[in-house]
Design a protein around this ligand. Structure first.
Ligand SMILES: [Cu+2]
Length: 618
């Protein structure tokens, strides 16, 4: 074989392709960077242009010097990128603040890193042999497949960034509207109950936790129906936060949704929430800024509104909040894995159970079971049921965010227990299951929880007239089909969860006027996925499951759990003007797109969600 030496170097088509792929991603990312920070935008255009010029040079006039230059330049770009993702850059909209890594970063950097290996190779061996066309094509094939694929992902991600500042209900010039910040509790002489909740970072069991007043969960807030409740949130966390009053139909400005009803409260800031607690029941409060992380980190607590006419004698009334143990797969009840509650024989006990725990990977609801005494399900989501019948042990499905009040009489001897609080993370990892024991004495005989029947509220209790269910006609109807799939969203290739094929913020809002009756049909055509769909500021009247109307008590909830192949019809009266969220209460699903708003005509919001506003409700 004849070796033909030549002075230059041979082109590396692979290195050129990889460099072009990175350039494409940088061009696609430039518009987003322009809107974020002018210098970044210019930098990305120049970088992309330099990479195109380099790729052309590598093919047209390859030389050892060019390969060396390419290696140093690309290494410098990778170094800058690493710095921006770890320590942050000195010249930036927020100097020395590291940025998050999205798919386009990963794709561009990987292409550049592989190109660097090829550059280095050519610098070490400048006088390679020229090869036949077939061999060149075969050697270029891996990069020829890999570079376009990664560039496609990177460009797609870069062209669909998280919105910088999305307004769910902008003020429109020429239209009469009021800003929701004016939608507050009217003045009055109600008895005032004041609380301060200071959010701060603590350590529980060696794990970092975010806590209200130094405990996970936060303190139980107990008020009486008709009280004026005033809660001051003080933020001592390193990040912004907010508080949402889950299930309580507060005035819109007090709903605590960052980016819709307020700006997230910055570190060092405060916000005072005020509302009149006119609905008795079991509710909970939690962060609605970055809720996907802040709720499991510990920012949760119970709030109980006792009925005004409560005869408190001989009633033992307990809130039982099931929540994630921060930094662990385990769940706890009121901050412990073994909760003991006092009760004497003959006492009437009301257990207010709230599921504040993110479900395990199978997404199944919690199914608490009370053993040791017959009981009634007195209320769901804080709303009393009519004529509830006594039950033996049954599993009560509670999706995340849902509540059930169980009432029973303590037996003459022995304790009563709440079991079945099991969350399956992985089939091979079943974390410990918390137990609640009520009263003293021997524990009740053990039961096989998995074999017990499931409570079905669609045929429980006694029928009664119901204004919304009996209306039969609705002014506004909307079908919401639950789904999902892989798509480009928020700068990444990601799993998305969708309402009727769309993700937030691109789901058209439900537009209503005050006084209208609204019916929603929520359809889950999938084989898996249980979605607790939660409404803010209103209460659902459950109309039908799979087309079958309820046969027992009217049921009023703020969350409807929609299982595989289920269709639920719910309705509500539009009686609380504002801009309100409707979202899946599995916060990962909400963050992946299952979130929309109910917009009242004539109401606008000054707040925005997105990367620039810093408001990320989920
Ligand atoms: Cu969901």
């Amino acid at each position: 074989m004849v070796h033909r030496k030549f002075t230059g170097s041979v082109p590396s088509y692979s290195a050129a392709l990889l460099t072009l792929g990175a350039a494409a991603i940088h061009f696609a990312a430039a518009p987003g960077h322009f809107s974020e920070y002018l210098l970044y935008g210019i930098f990305f255009i120049l970088l992309g242009a330099a990479q195109v010029a380099l790729a052309v040079g590598l093919i047209v006039k390859p030389s050892r010097r060019l390969y060396a230059l390419a290696l140093l330049g690309t290494l410098a770009v990778i170094g800058l990128w690493l710095m921006s993702r770890t320590t942050g850059l000195p010249i930036a909209p927020r100097p020395w603040r590291p940025e998050e890594i999205a798919f386009p970063d990963f794709a561009a950097t990987l292409l550049e890193a592989i190109a660097c290996v090829l550059f280095a190779f050519r610098v070490r061996r400048p006088s390679a042999r020229r090869r036949g066309v077939v061999r060149v094509v075969l050697r270029t094939l891996p990069a020829g497949l890999f570079a376009p694929l990664l560039a496609f992902g990177g460009v797609g991600g870069a062209l669909t960034p998280m919105p910088a500042a999305f307004n769910a209900a902008p003020f429109v010039a020429g239209q009469t509207s009021i800003s929701l910040v004016n939608l507050v509790a009217p003045d009055g002489t109600q008895p005032l109950k004041e609380f301060t909740l200071t959010a701060s970072q603590i350590t529980v069991g060696g794990h970092k936790a975010w806590a209200y007043n130094g405990t996970v969960p936060g303190p139980e807030l107990r008020v009486e129906q008709g009280d004026r409740v005033r809660v001051t949130l003080v933020n001592h966390l390193p990040d912004a936060t907010s508080i949402h009053w889950h299930g309580i139909n507060v005035p819109d400005a007090m709903d605590g949704v960052a980016g819709i009803t307020q700006n997230a409260v910055p570190p060092g800031g405060t916000f005072t929430y005020e509302f009149i607690a006119d609905q008795a029941g079991t509710y909970w409060y939690h962060s609605h800024q970055d809720a996907m992380n802040q709720i499991p980190d510990g920012l949760v607590g119970s709030i109980v509104v006792e009925p005004k006419d409560a005869s408190k004698s001989r009633i033992r009334d307990y809130s039982v909040l099931v929540h994630a143990q921060p930094g662990s797969d385990a769940i706890e009840v009121n901050g412990t894995s073994s909760l003991r509650l006092d009760a004497a024989p003959g006492d009437t006990v009301r257990l207010r159970i709230t599921n504040g725990a993110v479900p395990g990977l199978d997404l199944s609801p919690l199914t608490p079971v009370l053993v040791g005494a017959p009981y009634v399900v007195a209320a769901l989501d804080g709303h009393d049921l009519n004529g509830p019948q006594e039950l033996g042990p049954e599993r009560i499905p509670l999706g995340m965010g849902q509540r059930a009040d169980l009432m029973f009489t303590m037996p003459e001897t022995g304790a009563v227990r709440l079991l079945g609080l099991k969350r399956v993370m992985f089939p091979w990892n079943s974390p410990s299951t918390p137990v609640v024991t009520i009263g003293d004495g021997p524990a009740p005989a053990s039961v096989n929880v998995a074999s017990l029947p499931r409570f079905d509220f669609t045929r429980y209790g006694t029928p009664a007239p119901d204004a919304v269910a009996d209306a039969g006609q609705y002014d506004v109807t909307r079908e919401i089909i639950l789904g999902g799939g892989i798509a480009f969203r928020n700068g990444n290739v990601d799993f998305t969860d969708t309402f009727s094929g769309k993700t937030s913020p691109n789901i058209p809002p439900i537009r209503v006027r005050e006084g209208q009756l609204v019916r929603l049909r929520v359809v889950n055509p999938g084989d898996h996925g249980l979605h607790p769909i939660h409404i803010h500021g209103h209460v659902f009247t459950v109309l039908a499951k799979n087309g079958h109307p309820l046969t027992g008590s009217p049921v009023h909830t703020d969350t409807v759990l929609v299982g595989p192949h289920e269709t639920w019809d719910v309705a509500f009266k539009a009686d609380n003007p504002g801009i309100w969220m409707l979202h899946c209460h599995i916060l990962e699903h909400a963050a992946a797109g299952m979130s929309m708003t109910i917009n009242y005509d004539g109401v606008s919001t000054p707040f925005t969600m997105g990367s620039r506003s810093g408001n990320v409700p989920e």
